[in-house]
Design a protein. Sequence first.
Lengths: 361, 270
Amino acid sequence: MSVAAGIETRSPRHSAGRRAASFAIPLLLVVLLVTAIAALTVGAAGIPLSRLPAALGLAGENTAMTARDQLVLWSIRIPRIAAAAMIGGLLAAAGAIMQGLFRNPLADPALVGVSSGGALAAASAIVFTDSRFGEALRVLQTELLPLAAFAGSLATTTILYGISSRSGRTSIAIFLLAGVAITAIANAGIGLLVFIADDRQLRDITFWMLGSMSGATWTKAAVLAPVLIAGLAGCAFIARGLDLLVLGEADAFHGGVDVERLKRISIVMVSAMTGVAVSISGVIGFVGIVVPHLLRLVIGPAHRLLLPASVLSGAILMVGADTLARTIVAPAEMPIGILTAAVGAPVFLFILLRQRGLAAL
Amino acid sequence: MTAVLEARHLGKRAGRATLLDGVGLTVAAGEMIAIIGPNGAGKSTLLRLLSGDLRPSAGEVRLKQRDIGSFAPRELAARRAMLSQHINVTFPFTVEEIVLMGAGERSLREAGPLVDAALDEVGLSHFRERQLPTLSGGEQQRAHFARVLVQLACGEAKHGPGLLLLDEPTSSLDLRHQIDLVEAARRRAAAGTAVIAILHDLNLAIRFADRLVVLAGGRLAADGPRAEVVTRERIRDIFEIDADVHQVDGVPYVLPQSMRAAGQAELPPR
């Protein structure tokens, strides 16, 4: 039986809390700024707040320390923070869009194999461009990886939608199980690549399995930026359609939504946002579930606000998590995927428990 | 009277099964029509064809003299509104947000008066801040009806009298709200809207519709004024029960014989 997908809040809550909605975006911007500044000061080489303006070239006298600080900030820390923020934003927004598309708060690109599909394609690209056959493409590896990951994610999302949707209804049980199967297939593929890879390729591939921001550079940040900007523009375009889609496909159509087009655009957006993020940072789970879920409780489910707020909150979460990842076991680094899973998985279980009574799978 | 909606020789097949065959129907502005018939007669399929949601396998549907398939979804939404059965909202939208969805791109500030009026009409003004999934089935149904009324009003303000389609709108409502809903639909018809509703309660259908359309086995069994359509013989043919047809204030009233004296009824002869 196709499932009455979950209901997020059971208690008769009044939406007085929705007043938070009107100042959510400015508030989140301020929090992001504060988090980013904090992240700038912390790290293997500490840069106290007092030296920050000089190091950023904003004010103050140049000392011997300033040159070192500038080097650390501009060539390592700022591109990394920028990449972390954009990746967090992309993953959270991709989660929110996917949940809107499947009308279920448990949909997350990492959970249902869309990230794994991207990672498999990226890992294949590494092995291929390193092999004799792909030699000609080796110089293009930086550009090729995001494209390959996007293609992998797009294929996965399309297959998922095809399997779990029938005549306008989406079965969440089939959707999640299909996600499990697709993740398994992708992981088998990655395992095969690990098996045939040489030592250097192995290191590159292992990095996808765990997720990390340590590879962030200005070049990679430059790949992320246009995708994020296009994604934000796309969000404004699909927000109303996703709102109406909560009524079901037929009723969204009755309300004036071109449902087929909305689905196509949403699938391409989720795949591009997830794939490109995965190609830079590897698979980072649960950001796409936790962020939109918490936001819906505070600012409501309307996508016009939820999507941009998800981008900002995802950015805050990821900058914070990455700062933690590179400090708690300093000078070593903890893979960030471990941190997000440690926080995200319990939240996922919490959402499941809350809907257990309402939605029999 | 100009026809708002014209369906000719409508057929719909799904695989080998024929769901609908050779159905024709014309609805004028200001007319209210009830579609009745047993389960599986093709009522919902017919309504989905008339709404433009399904494409017919044969025949055509014309809305305001134009093939319904030629409208973009947004154009269509401005000319016909439809209330479905069983809408399951999974995210915690408030009643007000759901009703506002009927207003297209308009903000709450622009569409406020329409939303207020619709909520008032379905008796949910006091629930506007409540999250829809926390309401009862009947209350949710009324909230969706308010949304559909807002959509209809927005469209009619631009394009004149439109089409309102209701698929078993009273199925989860208590007696008072059944009557309220049908009366709200009647008021739209009085203002020029063409209304088509699937109703299972024969007496409700007789009471409120100008015309009754009877479907059976995917075919049109009857189409006409209530006095002509509602007869003992037809009810036996279509619903396979024996019923008395009384006249109350000059309007037919159907009373199944098995309900006359509970426990004493015999199964009707086939």
